[in-house]
Design a protein around this ligand. Structure first.
Ligand SMILES: NC(=O)c1ccc[n+]([C@@H]2O[C@H](COP(=O)([O-])OP(=O)(O)OC[C@H]3O[C@@H](n4cnc5c(N)ncnc54)[C@H](OP(=O)(O)O)[C@@H]3O)[C@@H](O)[C@H]2O)c1
Length: 325
């Protein structure tokens, strides 16, 4: 693929996140929304018309068979990620798959093996990793600009009434707070402090046995601790606060999406604004397009090894709290 060729994107699963992704995709140069696929033709047609996609399919399989498609964004519920990703990979289509990459390590392992066997690009769509404010904070922490991190607090919460028709609650769709939003605080801890030596976790559950909230403590060799929380029971600030030796760095609400960063040091507060103009999904698309043009099968940022680390950590927390699917 040439460095300036137009990348033809497809989207599978036309729910709420697919709309946000499509609107940001339209802002990316040398890329177009070429095809969309839904389980119903009417939904596909309406979506295609709204975002000017050329093809609208009534099955995911039909999109995967379209040899014009270069890359697919998978936006179905977690339980279908593996099946949908492998369908595309086997048809030679590069895959950007929503988080969590799959339901457990064994599924992620199969997806990665499939990408390698077919020599096709595969990446987990953890968009936060590509946002400028997050990379700014990663650099401050990596370079120890304000010394070492001694404590991290990261939360993600909103109130979701118990309703099994909701993807976020329905157990057969992989519902629960940990996999849907708890993944973000865990992502923050793993990308800044690394792998913990010990994990403590406690959860509350809805009547269908998915977790309504999950509180986690990561303990590190140097004594640092990360207090992480996800909840579907209440609105929480959704901030990431790094207590460093010489400053407090806060990724303001909501830390996982375009936002500002505050640094309190020497009694003064400095607020950095990153001048975002989109919802924020364009950054992961630009990274993915570059990988595709370079013929890579994995990202150097959201690598296979990092996705493995993330899903293994989620598996471990699930084991501690007793959350089974
Ligand atoms: N990166 C982010 O910021 C972000 C934000 C929200 C969600 N997500 C992730 O994106 C994925 C989708 O989330 P969402 O909030 O967009 O979900 P959603 O609104 O429920 O949409 C999911 C879509 O998947 C398709 N689907 C296929 N089989 C389904 C089934 N049995 N039941 C329901 N839907 C089915 C449907 O599309 P068709 O009817 O068109 O086939 C549905 O519209 C999840 O894995 C979630 O973790 C990521």
């Amino acid at each position: 693929m040439k460095h300036d060729s137009i990348i033809k994107w497809g989207i599978i699963g036309l729910g709420s996140i697919a709309h946000k992704f499509a609107s940001d995709l339209l802002t990316v140069n040398n890329a177009e929304l070429y095809a969309v696929a839904s389980r119903t033709q009417e939904k596909a047609d309406t979506f295609a018309k709204k975002y000017k996609a050329i093809k609208a399919y009534d099955s995911y399989n039909a999109l995967a068979k379209d040899s014009e498609v270069d890359a697919v964004y998978i936006a179905t519920p977690h339980v279908y990620h593996k099946e949908n990703a492998m369908l595309c990979l086997r048809n030679g289509i590069a895959v950007l798959c929503e988080k969590p990459f799959a339901m457990n390590y064994s599924e992620v392992h199969e997806m990665i093996d499939c990408a390698k066997a077919n020599n096709v690009l595969l990446m987990e769509a953890l968009w936060t990793y590509f946002l400028p404010h997050y990379n700014y904070v990663l650099d401050l922490i990596k370079n120890e600009t304000f010394g070492k991190v001694t404590q991290l607090e990261a939360d993600f919460g909103f109130r979701q009434e118990f309703d099994e028709s909701s993807r976020v609650i329905n157990k057969s769709l992989g519902g629960g707070s940990l996999l849907d939003i708890g993944i973000y605080p865990i992502f923050v801890a793993l990308t800044t402090l690394g792998q913990p030596i010990d994990i403590e976790a406690q959860a509350t559950f809805f009547e269908n046995e998915v977790d309504s909230s999950c509180s986690i403590i990561f303990k590190y060799k140097n004594g640092a601790k990360a207090y992480l929380k996800s909840t579907l029971l209440e609105e929480t600030p959704t901030e990431a606060i790094f207590h460093c030796e010489k400053a407090i760095i806060t990724i303001n609400s909501k830390f996982h999406q375009p936002t500002t960063v505050s640094i309190i040091s020497n009694g003064k507060e400095d607020i950095k604004d990153f001048g975002y103009t989109t919802i924020g999904y364009n950054y992961e698309v630009i990274h993915f397009n570059n990988l595709l043009r370079q013929g890579k099968i994995q990202s150097d940022v959201m690598s296979f090894s990092f996705s493995n680390k993330l899903i293994k950590t989620l598996d471990k927390v699930r084991l501690i709290i007793g959350l089974e699917y």
